[in-house]
Design a protein around this ligand. Structure first.
Ligand SMILES: C[S@@+](CC[C@H](N)C(=O)[O-])C[C@H]1O[C@@H](n2cnc3c(N)ncnc32)[C@H](O)[C@@H]1O
Length: 285
């Protein structure tokens, strides 16, 4: 198993089911305190977020959201609950651990009162057989016990409902796994968040012109990133610098996690040649 951190996937596989984490581990692993700073400072809903959302959820096209209920696990500022509502979803729950993220989500989702903003952990989702779609975007890979969260997501989905995750891929991200990740683990994730935010400025200043010049065009993600504003790129770099844990999984590892959650009809999409979307169906009752 090739991940940047000791592999909770491998542990989960060996142990069958992952043990329920203690509260301290919940906070440590998912870095919600650190992401709270991000969503407080980058709360705006950018138009290019919709294009991203459609890529992250490619197996669930716009029409498929009509009249559906959803659970958004680790909702951050709520952007990924916003788009399904514009496609006619009935409503849902957006859940996160951090108060600042939840405040940003309340603001983003104010036009849609049928979306409830709830404080809670991905490990302790208080729902069973409830939602048509349960999704988590950019969260599972920063958790210490990713499979535990996926199991909880499956419980929350209705029989026959969909469970979708979007996670970083191992493919094409060797430079992060071997370069940025050790730096992030040993240095950046231990620094005060405002300082990490400050450091993201010179990093973005270096990378932005390289992307704009098309020097990284061999990878789809960087072709896409040519359309990002400087502020958007900086927020992505900041997001990469923040977490205490970040797993980068290969296609087979992602498939394995979905299978062990006993999901069916699993579909995988390689998103922008750097990440994976996986969707599966919960068995009918
Ligand atoms: C990278 S952000 C992604 C936010 C959002 N899904 C998005 O794509 O905009 C990760 C989010 O996961 C949340 N988080 C971390 N650990 C969590 C946990 N154990 N339970 C619920 N949310 C958690 C953080 O607070 C943060 O908002």
């Amino acid at each position: 198993v090739s991940t940047t951190e000791p592999s909770a996937v491998a542990q989960g596989h060996a142990a069958g089911r992952q043990a329920i984490p203690a509260p301290s581990q919940v906070i440590e692993g998912g870095s919600p305190d650190r992401f709270g700073y991000e969503w407080e400072h980058y709360p705006e809903l950018r138009p290019d977020y919709e294009r991203q959302f459609l890529r992250w959820t490619a197996p669930l096209p716009r029409d498929s959201w009509r009249d559906k209920t959803f659970l958004d696990v680790g909702c951050g500022m709520g952007r990924n609950s916003f788009w399904p509502m514009t496609y006619g979803a009935r409503g849902g729950v957006a859940i996160d651990l951090d108060e600042r993220s939840l405040a940003a989500a309340r603001h983003t989702l104010a036009p849609y009162p049928t979306v409830r903003i709830v404080k809670g952990s991905a490990y302790e989702l208080p729902y069973r057989d409830e939602f048509d779609v349960v999704f988590s975007i950019g969260v599972i890979q920063i958790l210490e016990f990713p499979e535990r969260a996926i199991q909880r997501m499956c419980q929350a989905a209705k029989p026959g409902g969909k469970v979708l995750i979007w996670v970083y891929g191992r493919e094409n991200n060797g430079w992060i796994v071997h370069g940025l990740s050790p730096l992030r683990r040993m240095v950046l994730s231990r620094l005060p968040v405002p300082l990490v935010h400050f450091l993201s400025l010179p990093a973005a200043g270096l990378i932005y012109p390289v992307i704009q010049a098309g020097l990284l065009n061999s990878i789809e993600y960087f072709r896409e990133a040519r359309g990002f504003s400087f502020r958007h790129l900086r927020s992505i770099i900041f997001d990469q610098f923040l977490p205490r844990i970040a797993h980068y999984w290969s296609r087979d590892e992602v498939l394995g996690m979905m299978r062990r959650a006993e999901l069916h009809d699993i579909q995988l999409e390689w998103v922008n040649q750097v990440s994976w979307t996986a969707v599966g169906t919960k068995a009918p009752a």
